[in-house]
Ligand binder design. Structure first.
Ligand code: TRP
Ligand code: ZN
Length: 880
């Protein structure tokens, strides 16, 4: 395994390569232990580059078998080779030449899941970000674009299908036991988009006719016997292809689009040109084994990877610092797609929740970094919520600032001007500046300044002059490496809601505000509205137009007014959520100090009314009823966190709400969409409301019968897992919970994705006693330590999704994670580093837990042979 050199890469060090790659021709002879790779690369020296400059290629754990120049062995005195690089001297000064590099790999022993590896008997590759260098020596960087031809040879009984990027050239028998296939991808691409798959798989096929009338073959490969679970993914793919044509005018550009689902995968999925590889969790779905959330994730991720074909593949990144250029933009596009396919406000509420739960804590802790980082030690650690989710919010703000028309013009210009390029954020922004005539210099700070801005808001109402004033002030706290910050351009959508619930139509005097958006660009700004007929209530950051924290003293009555009357559904939810957050924060602090909790009757009244309001869509009501999570409350409190106090306070508040609305909750808990299971958003919304109501009903009733009955009657995984969750989380020690867990296990034992849910449910049972349960599950014979989904389902769920269990005051949870991280790091550094980020907010804990956390982190740092991935995370977390 690669060990840490501590090397730091810098954005400002960018330099193009000395040689230009024209074409690459790869031949693979697949074998589990000894795969032979021959790479023939045609290059020429870049104009103006010194005639003595060496060719320096990247490698990772490679050994060279042979090396030729234009077909002749190169004299050993003219090259140097190590596992990490191949350096060749004395190459021709002018004209193209061909280098032939041969290497041998053992896919079977590749446990990092980067490069060429084997999963369930299937050969498969993962090359982003720097996995191609584990296959052959090459310029493994995103600005080196080449046309690839790939020939794959394998035993027929070992690999029935032989796949790579681009269009199929041909294939057939190679020798007695072996066959071959050849693929050609006409679109120049960087090495991180290379893919190869070989294996015996099940296949479902369909086709799509593009807007210009070309027919594209669509193929999804899954494990044998699971073909019946790939239909929803295929449907989502066709809808994505159509949507990108309708909304962005983007057409698919090969004769075939293929997706392969594998069970061992480090992340969600990968957008390799024409051959996406997916974690099977994001492909396989049927009513019996997948939840509504699984269906929604599949739809979003299929779309995401497909949309990369234009934002990522046709236009790629100059270097990895520009990662948000493809990821933030593509997340933005998949969000818009899902909003169009489902309920837009409900989708937006889910996005806000996710951003606050994952990105805000990142921005507030030791791992904070700009949307476009300026340095890194290990790029794998920058596939973060900041790059993806905040990166998407930044694109969304560009649209808010420019308006829909100029945004689309800018995107069109970007596609036209940069097709075939490895581009930068500056290139991207220049297209919007040109298309709109606007200046985005200050706006660009969103890419370079880390941290979540705070905007404090105050208002003043003058009854006699009928004038309403709004005062805004922004601030941005220091983050690692950035002590002083400049004011940002923050677009805050707003509305003034009048006493009768209607909206004030007038514009403010003087300052910059357009179409209901305040453009806050200075540290302080104020706005004055005149001729307002009665005291208005300010609804600010509508739709979460900017990813900021708003600090505003707004009375409970004003929040209720917004929750009742705001024309924007997202804002109505924001007002309810703000009410709940405030109450929970107050109650949690009192609980921490051992004091009595305030009555929650006011909050309960509002939420019960919302639950009962049949004019609201069920999915919205479900969102309103799901209180801020314990981590949400911790984030709002910010320091001296006691997770047990937060849990106790939140449970008490839930009980009060439950008691206040028992009749309504029992009624709602029993409602279900008519007919057989369908995954559409409306049915899912009904099930979400019923599930949330069930949880309240159980709390009020104090006994598990209703959940047990729901579990026994369930005819789909959504309802089954909801029932199992409330049963195990509210009544962990009950006989019913134990029996239900056993029943679930007996039924799904041979289905890894369903069993992942079984592990996660147990790992997230609140309370200190869960640690012992997690340990015994970890140590059981049937626990598969090599499968990332399984590790995440148990260790990931416990450490990132169980505040009271993981943060046990004696530090046992932290020690468990530390020892697992050290162990997993030996096999799969990327996975280990990601698991460790669960501790990123350790400094906001109360003193004792902070000390226990620190000790656990120090023990990791002291371990031998840590990977660059884990070293980087642990060093940043401990830096003061
Ligand atoms: N580019 C992929 C996406 O966002 C994610 C990705 C990056 C990835 N690195 C990876 C996936 C490593 C698996 C393994 O769609
Ligand atoms: Zn992506």
């Amino acid at each position: 395994m690669r060990t840490d050199t501590g090397q730091v890469y810098k954005l400002t060090d960018y330099k193009p390569t000395d040689f230009v790659v024209e074409r690459i021709d790869l031949t693979f002879e697949l074998d589990p232990k000894q795969t032979k790779v021959v790479s023939r690369v045609i290059l020429h020296r870049r104009e103006g580059v010194d005639a003595h400059a060496e060719l320096v290629l990247d490698g990772d754990e490679l050994s060279l078998d042979s090396l030729q120049l234009d077909g002749n062995d190169i004299d050993p005195s003219l090259y140097e080779t190590t596992p990490e690089s191949l350096i060749i001297r004395g190459l021709p000064d002018s004209g193209p030449f061909e280098i032939t590099v041969s290497t041998t790999l053992s896919p079977e022993s590749n446990t990092q899941l980067m490069g060429l590896y084997r999963t369930n008997g299937v050969y498969c590759t993962q090359c982003e970000a720097e996995g191609f260098r584990r296959i052959t020596y090459f310029y493994d960087r995103p600005d080196v674009l080449a046309v690839y031809t790939v020939t794959i040879i394998a035993r027929k009984d070992d690999a029935k299908y032989l796949l790579s990027n681009g269009n199929f050239l041909g294939g057939g028998n190679y020798d007695e036991d072996r066959h071959f296939a050849a693929w050609f991808d006409p679109h120049p691409k960087p090495s991180y988009l290379f893919a190869l798959v070989g294996g015996d798989l099940g296949l479902i096929e369909d086709s799509f006719t593009t807007m210009s009338g070309r027919e594209v073959a669509l193929k999804i490969y899954v494990e044998h016997g699971k073909e019946g679970r790939a239909g929803y993914a295929m449907d989502a793919l066709k809808r994505s292809m159509k949507w990108d044509e309708d909304v962005y005018g983007r057409e698919y550009d090969l004769d075939i689009f293929q997706i392969v689902a594998v069970s061992d995968f480090n992340m969600g999925a990968m957008e390799n040109k024409g051959l996406n590889v997916f974690n099977d969790k994001y492909v396989l779905a049927d009513p019996e084994t997948a939840t509504d959330a699984d269906y929604a994730n599949i739809e979003a991720i299929i779309a995401h990877e497909y949309f990369h074909n234009w934002t990522g593949n046709r236009i790629t990144c100059r270097d990895w610092f520009q990662l948000c250029l493809k990821e933030g933009l593509t997340v933005y596009r998949d969000h818009a797609f899902s909003a169009d396919q489902r309920s837009a406000p409900v989708k937006r509420i889910a996005e806000i929740r996710l951003l606050k739960a994952h990105q805000f804590p990142e921005d507030a802790g030791p791992l904070a970094h700009p949307v476009r980082p300026e340095t890194y030690r290990e790029i794998n650690n920058f596939y973060t919520a900041t790059v993806y989710e905040k990166g998407s919010e930044v694109v969304r703000m560009i649209r808010t600032v420019l308006g829909a028309d100029d945004f689309r013009k800018g995107m069109d210009l970007y596609f036209e001007r940069h097709d075939g390029d490895a581009a930068t954020i500056e290139d991207f922004l220049a297209c919007f500046v040109e298309a709109s005539g606007r200046d985005l210099k200050q706006f660009a700070l969103w890419y370079s300044q880390a941290g979540t801005p705070s905007v404090s808001v105050s208002t003043d109402w003058n009854e006699t002059s009928r004038t309403f004033k709004v005062f805004l002030e922004q601030s941005l706290a220091p983050t690692p490496g950035q002590s002083r910050k400049a004011p940002m351009h923050i677009p805050l959508a707003y509305g003034l809601i009048l006493p009768d619930g209607s909206e004030f139509e007038g514009q403010p005097d003087g300052a910059v505000a357009t179409d209901g958006v305040f453009h806050l660009t200075k540290r302080k700004q104020s706005y004055s509205f005149t001729d307002v007929c009665g005291r208005p209530v300010l609804s600010i950051n509508r739709g979460f137009s900017a990813p900021v924290n708003i600090a505003m003293e707004q009375s409970a009555d004003d929040l209720v007014h917004i929750a009742r009357h705001d024309s924007d559904g997202v804002s109505r939810w924001q007002a309810l959520n703000e009410q709940a957050t405030r109450h929970l924060v107050t109650a949690s602090k009192l609980a921490r100090d051992g004091r009595n909790l305030p009555s929650a009757s006011e909050l309960a009244g509002i939420l019960v009314d919302t639950a009962a309001d049949e004019s609201l869509e069920p999915a919205f009501r479900a969102q309103a009823l799901s209180l801020p999570s314990e981590s949400d409350i911790a984030r709002e409190i910010g320091s001296n966190i006691d997770p047990d106090a937060i849990h106790a306070a939140r449970q008490a508040v839930m009980s009060e709400i439950a008691a206040a609305g028992l009749d309504i909750f029992t009624d709602l808990a029993g409602r279900a969409p008519a007919g057989p299971y369908r995954p559409d958003a409306e049915s899912a919304g009904l099930r979400a409301l019923a599930g949330t109501a069930l949880s309240y009903a159980l709390m009020a009733e104090g006994q598990p019968d209703r959940a047990k009955a729901a579990f026994d009657a369930a005819d789909n995984m959504t309802v089954l897992s909801q029932a199992l969750q409330v049963l195990t989380h509210h009544f962990p020690a009950s006989q019913d919970a134990k029996e239900a867990l056993a029943t679930f296990k007996a039924r799904f034992e041979t289905d890894p994705l369903a069993m992942d849910k079984w592990y996660s449910l147990q790992a997230t049972v609140p309370g200190a006693q869960t640690l012992a349960c997690v340990e015994s599950l970890l140590n059981s014979r049937e626990f598969d330590r090599s499968n990332p989904n399984r590790i995440r389902a148990l260790i990931g769920a416990f450490s990132a999704g169980n505040p009271t269990g993981f943060n046990a005051a004696d530090g046992a949870g932290y020690r468990l994670l530390a020892s697992e991280v050290i162990d997993i790091d030996r096999r799969n550094p990327q996975l280990a580093a990601r698991l460790l980020t669960a501790m990123r907010s350790w400094r906001s804990l109360e003193a004792e837990r902070q000390e226990q956390s620190r000790l656990a982190l120090v023990s990791i740092r002291a371990a031998n042979n840590l990977s660059p991935d884990v070293s980087d995370i642990v060093d940043r977390m401990l830096a003061s």
